[in-house]
Every structure is written in structure tokens, then in C-alpha cells.
Design a protein around this ligand. Structure first.
Ligand SMILES: C[S@@+](CC[C@H](N)C(=O)[O-])C[C@H]1O[C@@H](n2cnc3c(N)ncnc32)[C@H](O)[C@@H]1O
Length: 152
């Protein structure tokens, strides 16, 4: 067993899940603030140089899990939960890449939040990817996007 405690909380414009964009083509450009608790704020030293961050957080308002999910990007077809980003997972851990807009003390202004207001943050890391675009495969999502583009 592991026990984690939040390093901070998200200030988000979203108070209801229904307001968070979802499905094919959803744009995540909402701005929010990652409020880091004073005891952890020294850990933000030198974070300003990174344009994007990974935010590891918890789906604290998810209730249980399903091993097979029906994501909004492909509602008619089931996919294994580990092939999706469903909130209903055995360990309710979430990962969002946000753009860092600025820092005021322990507050990070960011763009790209998809979490509810008050969501606990478990960790923050600089976003770094060395995988070339042509090597990335989008699995069932690409097929769902292609079907949507054809109007199917
Ligand atoms: C599809 S998940 C993706 C989250 C993250 N980007 C990831 O990939 O792990 C995003 C959805 O999680 C739900 N959600 C957001 N904040 C939540 C919270 N604190 N507890 C439970 N569900 C939440 C909302 O329905 C939102 O649309």
C-alpha cells in the first residue's frame, strides 16, 4: 500500500464535470492555477524555464472503476481502461500536460486544465519528450478520429 498526500490543489474554472470539454476534437485551453502548499513551494525553484509541465493528480471525485471503458471519443466501442484516460480506474491517478504561463510564489498559472476546482495535486514534473512525432501511434483513437472525419 502507498499513501500520498497532496502537494497542492488546482484552482480551475470547472465546478462540474459536464462543463469540461470531452470527445473527439475537444480543446483543452482553459486557464487555471496550481496552488502549491507553502511547505512544498521551495520545490518549484527553477520551474519557470519549462514551457510545459506534467501534473500528476488524483480523480478524487471518481467512484469505483470499470476495467472496460466507453470513452466519449468512441462511445460505441469498448476499450480496456488502460487504453483510455477514463477517470474510473483501479488507482484513480490522472496526468495532464499544461502550459506554464507564469509563477507567483507558490502559484503556477497554467493553460490546459481538465480537472475540477479543488482537485488535489500529487506531483509536478517538467514535460520533456524525445519521441519523434512519426514514431507515435494513436491506437484506437486514430481510427475513431478517421471515422468521425468521414462522417461515420
Ligand atoms: C478523461 S479524464 C483525463 C484526465 C487526465 N488528462 C488524464 O489523462 O489522466 C478528464 C475528465 O476527468 C473528470 N474529472 C476531472 N477532475 C476530476 C476529479 N477531481 N475527480 C473525478 N473526476 C474528475 C472530468 O469528467 C474530466 O472531463
Amino acid at each position: 500500500m502507498f499513501t500520498f498526500s497532496p502537494i497542492g490543489f488546482v484552482k480551475s474554472p470547472y465546478t462540474e464535470t459536464s462543463k469540461i470539454p470531452r470527445g473527439c476534437g475537444a480543446k483543452h485551453d482553459a486557464e487555471g492555477v496550481l496552488e502549491i502548499l507553502p511547505e512544498f513551494a521551495p520545490g518549484l525553484l527553477d520551474i519557470e524555464g519549462f514551457s510545459h509541465l506534467y501534473v500528476v493528480w488524483t480523480f478524487d471525485r471518481a467512484d469505483g472503476f470499470d476495467l472496460v471503458a466507453h470513452p466519449p471519443t468512441d462511445e460505441k466501442r469498448p476499450h480496456g481502461v488502460f487504453a483510455t484516460r477514463s477517470p474510473r480506474r483501479p488507482n484513480p491517478i490522472a496526468l495532464t500536460v499544461v502550459e506554464l504561463l507564469g509563477r507567483e510564489g507558490g502559484s503556477l498559472r497554467v493553460r490546459g486544465v481538465d480537472m475540477l476546482d479543488g482537485t488535489p495535486i500529487l506531483d509536478i514534473k517538467p514535460y520533456l519528450s524525445s519521441i519523434p512525432e512519426e514514431k507515435l501511434q494513436r491506437g484506437w483513437l486514430k481510427e475513431a478520429e478517421d471515422r468521425k472525419a468521414k462522417g461515420e
